[in-house]
Design a protein around this ligand. Structure first.
Ligand code: ZN
Length: 360
């Protein structure tokens, strides 16, 4: 299921070059330095620095902070700043946030990568709450989260419990999953590679954009992980284990289903034809501005920039049909897909140059 929704990183020499004509038109016509000064007057910069403190804890100064921002309609661009460069990062966040959605990786990166290979330690636990009920449950949980951010959509919040010492990514994911289960938060947002919206930025899913802001923050408050989760009930952690189990990469060479074009299987499974921007409305939530991106290449698959679900034909069908992508359920999932896509499978198998080694 592990999937990094990232387009190849373009050279972002000057961010104004990356702006759409419309974004350029509406971008304030002031220098970025002046903008930062103005932003500082409203304190989002100090909120952002406080936020980074929560995420980074005492992570080494040579670790990296990942910033991702939306690039036009089609992709995300990842940029990495060392822990020692938080001022530069804050300026970059402020500048990008004027024109697009900006996200920060919740865990420090050990190298300039956004996937799980780059995550060795996690300094905070978090949940993403959709809806007032879950937001209230998270904020009234004992101990209370040290930081709560309103993400700019309805009453949705992100709640953080910073830790006194770092824990491993797998342990963090299990703790996040227990927290999410306890407060009715989004169960798909536990992963250590998660990126979330930092305060002082804007949620550009809305027109006009809405501010991402701090609801409450107790600076310096940190917890032992047990203080946060020991009272919470245990949960099924198979989806966490699955992420950390080394898996042989399947490809179309031995599985024709993985050779089917995402354009074809998204159209069949979701019932929506990707537009010229290669997007369809995501079937897993309300999605006014289509945010499920359909890549051309089967190995890139699909990815929703809103709920961050993504993956292969299996991941999409599994989510839609309520299967897991392992064990017996996977066998049944695959059987149904082979049946549903018999013609496409035959087409992939006939493709010249594709020497299949095994199967059906
Ligand atoms: Zn989605």
């Amino acid at each position: 299921m592990e999937f990094v929704p990232l387009d190849p990183i373009p050279q972002l020499a000057h961010s104004s070059e990356a702006m759409s004509p419309i974004a350029k038109k509406f971008a304030p016509s002031i220098s970025s330095a002046a903008w930062v000064v103005m932003a500082a007057a409203n304190e989002p910069a100090s909120e952002l620095l406080g936020y980074l403190d929560v995420l980074m804890g005492a992570a080494a100064s040579e670790s990296f902070i990942e910033m991702r921002s939306r690039l036009r309609e089609t992709g995300m661009v990842a940029q990495f700043y060392s822990r020692a460069e938080t001022d530069r990062l804050a300026r970059a966040v402020a500048e990008r946030a004027r024109v697009t959605d900006v996200y920060i990786g919740c865990a420090p990166r050990s190298c300039r990568r956004g996937d799980k290979r780059a995550i060795r330690e996690v300094w905070t636990l978090w949940v993403e709450c959709d809806g007032a009920e879950s937001a209230a449950a998270a904020q009234s949980l004992r101990p209370h989260p040290a930081l709560v951010i309103a993400s700019g959509s309805d009453s949705n919040v992100h709640a953080y419990w910073p830790l006194r010492g770092p824990i491993g990514p797998r342990e963090a994911e299990i703790a996040n999953l227990r927290l999410a289960t306890a407060v009715g938060a989004d169960l798909a947002c536990f992963d250590a590679t998660r990126i979330l919206r930092p305060p002082g930025t804007w949620n550009h899913k809305h027109a006009p954009p809405r501010p991402v802001r701090v609801v409450s923050h107790s600076p310096g408050l940190r917890f032992a992980v047990d203080d946060v989760i020991s009272q919470l009930r245990h949960v099924d952690i198979s989806q966490v284990e699955q992420r950390w189990r080394p898996r042989a990469r399947r490809n179309e060479r031995d599985d024709p289903l993985l050779g089917i074009s995402p354009t074809v299987y998204v159209r069949e499974l979701v019932g929506a034809r990707p537009g010229r921007d290669r997007k369809v409305p995501c079937p897993f939530h309300h999605d006014e501005r289509p945010s499920l991106h359909v890549y051309a290449a089967p190995e890139r698959g699909w990815s929703c920039f809103s709920c961050r679900r993504g993956g292969s034909i299996y991941d999409l069908a599994a989510e839609l049909w309520g299967f897991r992508t392992r064990g017996r359920e996977f066998v049944e999932l695959r059987r149904r897909l082979l049946e549903a896509f018999a013609i496409e499978v035959a087409r992939v198998e006939r493709r010249p140059g594709l020497e299949r080694s095994v199967r059906p």
